[in-house]
Write a protein that binds this ligand. Structure first.
Ligand code: ADP
Ligand code: MG
Length: 626
């Protein structure tokens, strides 16, 4: 007795869209069904190596048959088949993330995008008014028959099918004069032949079809293999056009854009493998989240072993997509063993070097592309330096770049060192929320005079990374927001010392007023036009404190704050004056000054109302003086 079941809501939406499709590339249904057949064969083959219940087939193949009388086209495979549960789960609901994402796009009416997604099995309903499936899994007692018109439900029944595999039969729709749809063309041999060539040429299993041939006035039918089956990565590089690789990439990895970079490498010797790697032009949306899964596809002698093998890619190059095919890997090993495979580790080490050298080459020869790359993935490289206490810093330090106060163009650390004067002993950096914000920071005053170049740090990871780097080719990194001593020449230092002595009492009074809020109050030699600034002592910087505070369980972390006052600014004369005439008022002035410094640094005040009251009071007093 056939059971009737309802499609899940999202599936209904997708089906409805397929049925009423306004989409012109209906032909992709064939690619989708063939790709499912090929996946199913992969799975059967893989399981046959590890699961006693699953036998392999003598010859894996996909067979296409057409029947003009019944207007049907069938795609038959000897893959893994489906159990009843699998039929319900795999075809009654949308599980695959690509389809979900597809629906979301559609809801935003982004219809053009339709062809870019693997819309999979349901695309059959673009050309068929009814779809039938007969299938038998080695893990199931019986075969099943599934049928649906794609409206709201489907029926499942048992069959006595013995052979393992799946046949999908499409009952083609009637041709439609109005929208000029000609579904009958899918009953023609040459149409199918061309579609297989166009979309499924690299499928690893033979896609066969009966082809009618004229021979001496007689018609003869021969079973032919339509696809070349040679995986693209096995072809000689000279035979491959960029176009081929780009098309392969987009199809294989569901991207809309051509890759930014293709790395195709053949290694022979102690270790033999082919790698075809791609750097996507844009990182996937989840790239900088925990959801992102890195990894390369793994093949052995062109037979698929697994998707996203993590061991092949270090985290700092996790943006790379692609595959590795190695005859050295035994197919008879389980996934767990694969993780400890020595060959695999060696390949991974090779790939890491290869990717690095390709990136270096790009930086040298095609800087514009490198900068595009860096804008997309630079943050990930910086994390790579920071990770594992800087284990990979030497590998990555020449790949990172920064913009500076002198140019909006990215430069490398090496270039920074090359163009700085010998007199300058450190690599200076300043952190902030944006280029504009940093350039306006009071601490920039000092380097303006010196004409030093300063790296602008706007990523959260930057300062943490620099802590791990420590120096670049023996030149230490120095924050502009820490000690100023090596920015000042000797005479200026002397001058400051004298001034600090002269105003010792005032500085003490300010420090007293501020209490624990600051570690020290000093006169500043670096400020030119700005009245005050806030800097930190050695160790944790103010920026790092801000970032750490956002993390859970890190609330106690504090950077040492030092308030620096510009002795050449009018405010300093005013403070001295107040201190001498009405010392009681110094408390108010000190907190006001400190709050200004906080605001300049981009902090939110704990007590904005109190601050506002102070300002108002001051304004009223000032008006009375007139
Ligand atoms: P996807 O292939 O991206 O997972 P599809 O909509 O194309 O999405 O297919 C849904 C699921 O149905 C597949 O993941 C697979 O589990 C199952 N399936 C489809 N076709 C076959 C087939 N020929 N043999 C076995 N399982 C299949
Ligand atoms: Mg599919």
């Amino acid at each position: 007795m056939a059971k009737t079941k309802q499609f899940k809501t999202e599936s209904k939406k997708l089906l409805n869209l397929m049925i009423n499709s306004i989409y012109t590339h209906k032909e992709i249904f064939l690619r989708e069904l063939i790709s499912n057949a090929s996946d199913a064969i992969d799975r059967r083959h893989y399981l046959s190596l590890t699961d006693e219940q699953v036998s392999s087939a003598d010859n894996y193949e996909i067979l296409i048959t057409q029947d003009t009388a019944s207007r049907t086209i069938a795609i038959k495979d000897n893959g893994i088949g489906m159990t009843e549960e699998e039929l319900i789960k795999n075809l009654g609901t949308i599980a695959q993330s690509g389809s979900q994402a597809f629906l979301e796009k559609l809801e935003k009416k982004d219809v053009d995008i339709i062809g870019q997604f693997g819309v999979g099995f349901y695309s059959a309903f673009m050309v068929a008014s009814k779809v039938e499936i007969t299938t038998r899994s080695p893990l199931s007692e019986t075969g099943y028959h599934w049928v649906s018109t794609g409206e709201s439900n489907y029926q499942i029944d048992t069959t006595d099918q013995e052979t393992i595999g799946t046949t999908i039969t499409l009952h083609l729709r009637e041709d439609n004069q109005e929208d000029e749809e000609n579904y009958s063309e899918y009953l023609e041999e040459h149409t199918i032949k061309n579609l297989v060539k166009k979309y499924s040429d690299y499928v690893r299993y033979p896609i066969k079809m009966n082809i009618t041939k004229q021979k001496d006035d007689k018609e003869e039918v021969t079973l032919e293999t339509l696809n070349s089956m040679t995986p693209i990565w096995k072809k000689a590089k000279s035979e491959l056009k960029d176009e081929d690789l780009n098309t392969f990439y987009k199809r294989q990895y569901n991207d809309f854009e051509d890759p930014l970079k293709v790395i195709h490498t053949n290694v022979e010797g102690m270790l033999t493998y082919t790698a075809l790697l791609f750097i996507p032009t844009s990182p996937p949306q989840d790239f900088y989240t925990d959801q992102f899964e890195k990894g390369l596809q793994l093949y052995s002698k062109s037979v698929f072993i697994m998707d996203k093998n993590k061991e092949l890619l270090p985290d700092h190059f996790r943006f790379v997509r692609g595959l590795v095919d190695s005859a050295d890997l035994s197919l008879n090993i389980s996934r767990e063993m694969l993780q400890h495979d020595r060959q695999l580790k060696k390949i991974a080490a090779h790939l890491e070097k290869k990717i690095k050298s390709e990136l270096e080459k790009m930086l040298e020869r095609d800087r514009d592309t490198y900068i595009k790359f860096y804008k997309a993935y630079g943050k990930n490289l910086k994390y790579g330096i920071y990770d594992n206490f800087g284990m990979k810093k030497d590998l990555l330090k020449d790949l990172i770049m920064f913009t500076t106060n002198k140019s909006e163009e990215y430069i490398t650390l090496k270039e920074y060192i090359e163009r700085k004067s010998d007199e300058q002993k450190a690599i200076y950096y300043a952190s902030g929320s944006s280029r504009h914000q940093i350039l306006n920071q009071p601490q920039m005053d000092a380097v303006k005079e010196k004409d030093y170049e300063v790296l602008l740090f706007t990523d959260e990871i930057d300062e943490f990374m620099v802590q791990v780097l420590g120096s670049y080719e023996d030149t230490p990194f120095k924050s502009l927001k820490q000690s100023e001593s090596d920015l000042l020449d000797e005479s200026k230092k002397e001058d400051l010392k004298t001034k600090e002595k002269d105003h010792k009492k005032l500085l003490k009074a300010i420090k007293k007023a501020l209490g624990d809020k600051v570690k020290d109050v000093k006169l500043s030699g670096r400020l030119k036009d700005s009245p005050v600034c806030l800097v930190s002592g050695e160790g944790l910087s103010l920026e790092m404190e801000k970032i750490l505070k956002q993390m859970p369980n890190q609330t106690d972390i504090k950077a040492d704050r030092i308030l620096e006052i510009n002795p050449n600014h009018d405010i300093f004369a005013a403070l001295s004056n107040i201190h001498e005439t009405t010392p009681k008022k110094i408390d108010d002035y000190a907190t006001l000054l400190y709050r200004q410094a906080l605001l300049i640094e981009g902090y939110e005040l704990d007590d904005p109302i109190d601050f506002s009251n102070q300002m108002i009071k001051l304004m009223v007093e000032a008006s009375k003086l007139k």
